[in-house]
Write a protein that binds this ligand. Structure first.
Ligand SMILES: Nc1ncnc2c1ncn2[C@@H]1O[C@H](COP(=O)(O)OP(=O)(O)O)[C@@H](O)[C@H]1O
Ligand SMILES: [Mg+2]
Length: 455
């Protein structure tokens, strides 16, 4: 459905009076409504064009509403289906929702409510389609190199990268572990005129201080105990290209001083060598420690800090851009399937919702690892679902209970049953989480589940 055209609604109801009311109401609000009074005609209409929404009685002449819904979904998987019944029937309502109905309403209808439901359903549909569209063209605007994510913050990062990549400015990338600093450094290099020259990386935290120095600048044989051969350092290896210094906050004061000199003069000596070398290197540094605070605490050189942060890119943590999670999840599911030779039919909305509620202290790296684990452990032939999400994430993803519709005039026991059933669903059928959410004891929950036969 395009946003500017009218939404097409197929209305299936035997009652011409009611149909007229619904049509009048919806048409006055900009919908295009077609009405048929039996199931056969409905099938014919569904075959002849695409509808955005279907409103149908559950039991219509010569056809079953559920079956009609299945056919409608076959023609348009995103169709918003609202089922109507004469009497409130919770069993049926739950079953209908399970089979993909968007909503379930009982006569007499409240037209304003009906319209509100359809509007919401179409909004949801539009979102799904937009995601689909995005998937189809994860283009320029919403991705950069291997980076996925369309949050405002990430689009800003892409813009910054595109702007600075062609220059030779030193870049400082700051952000928590796992937010994508490595990928960003790569993207800067790949979008720069240096892209055909080497991209060389050194993680300052992974090796001892004395080794960092020889790794960076190289050494000649005999420079120190164990230096049996001459060794070319990363600065030389990165000549004409880019040197990426990861965890730059770990550099010792002595090395900070040496690094500053290279940055200012592009000159250095190999350890144990008196000959000065000149290189043309662009430096990108990354840190998960706040360098500015380290400068204030006297742990990091002021002058080096300013030299590094000619351009500063702050990469936001994943929990501050949760809207990126669905795209990332989708991306990692595919990636993990390809890498592990598995085929998995995507992931359910509920599971994605659950992943979106988690805080991801390890950011994108943690998400990627979790998804890979889920893909490997999953049974094939169905999409990943909430029960595939690891227990520790399920537990802390405090459920936000969705809106629950309860028919007016329902008995208290019915209300309880609906609320418990829906909450169980939201909690991924985890009884502890469900009891906590409802604020009742676990034993009480067990009793009620049994009493209401909730599964
Ligand atoms: N925006 C992103 N899109 C796709 N993959 C990402 C993204 N951000 C991070 N990753 C992946 O997550 C992992 C951690 O990213 P990395 O760049 O190493 O993080 P950092 O260097 O900040 O710790 C890597 O496997 C990387 O490919
Ligand atoms: Mg890193």
């Amino acid at each position: 459905m395009s946003t500017d055209s009218q939404a097409a609604v197929l209305l299936v109801d035997r009652d011409p009076g009611l149909a007229r009311d619904i049509m009048g109401f919806l048409e006055a609000r900009g919908y295009e409504v077609e009405w048929v009074d039996d199931g056969e005609k409905a099938y014919n209409r569904l075959d002849s064009r695409v509808f955005d929404a279907l409103i149908t009685e559950l039991n219509i002449h010569r056809v079953n509403g559920m079956r009609l819904m299945a056919v409608a979904k076959d023609r348009n998987p995103e169709i918003c289906v609202v089922l109507i019944t004469e009497y409130p029937d919770i069993e049926l309502a739950i079953e209908a929702m399970r089979q993909g109905a968007y909503d379930f309403q009982t006569k007499p209808l409240n037209l304003a409510k009906l319209e509100a439901v359809i509007q919401r359903g179409l909004g949801h549909q539009r979102l799904v389609l937009e995601q689909f569209e995005l998937k189809r063209r994860l283009d320029e605007q919403y991705s950069l190199g291997k980076l996925v994510g369309k949050s405002r913050q990430m689009v800003r990062v892409y813009d910054d990268v595109r702007q600075i990549a062609p220059t030779r400015a030193t870049v400082l990338i700051q952000g928590e572990t796992g937010v994508g600093k490595d990928l960003i450094a790569q993207a800067i290099h790949n979008n720069s005129p240096r892209r055909d020259a080497p991209f060389v990386k050194l993680n300052c935290a992974s090796i001892s201080e004395s080794l960092v120095e020889s790794e960076l600048f190289g050494h000649v044989a005999g420079a120190f105990t164990g230096a049996t051969q001459t060794r070319v350092g990363r600065f030389e290896l990165a000549d004409k290209g880019t040197l990426f210094l990861d965890e730059a906050g770990e550099l010792s004061p002595a090395l900070q001083a040496k690094l500053l000199r290279v940055l200012e003069h592009q000159q250095f000596e190999r350890l144990g060598d008196s000959k000065t070398k000149t290189v043309d290197v662009r430096l990108i540094a990354a840190t998960n420690r706040p360098l500015e605070a380290m400068v204030e605490a006297g742990q990091f050189r002021n002058d080096l800090y300013y030299r590094l942060r000619v351009v500063l890119i702050n990469v936001p943590s994943l929990r501050t851009r949760r809207e990126d999670i669905p795209l990332l999840v989708d991306h990692f599911v595919r990636e993990a399937c390809a890498a592990n030779d598995r085929s998995i039919d995507g992931i359910t909305r509920n599971a994605v919702d659950m992943l979106m509620r988690y805080d991801w202290p390890g950011n994108v790296r943690e998400l990627k690892n979790i998804i890979e684990g889920m893909v490997i452990m999953a049974r094939g032939g169905r999409p990943l679902d909430v029960h595939d999400v690891p227990e520790h994430i399920r537990r802390v993803s405090t459920p936000q209970v969705g809106e629950i519709r309860i028919p007016a005039g329902a008995r208290m026991s019915e209300v309880e049953r609906i609320v418990i059933g829906e909450t169980m669903k939201v909690c991924g059928y985890n009884k502890e989480a469900c009891a906590t959410t409802l604020g009742i004891g676990l034993r009480t929950l067990y009793r009620k589940i049994k009493e209401y036969d909730i599964r």
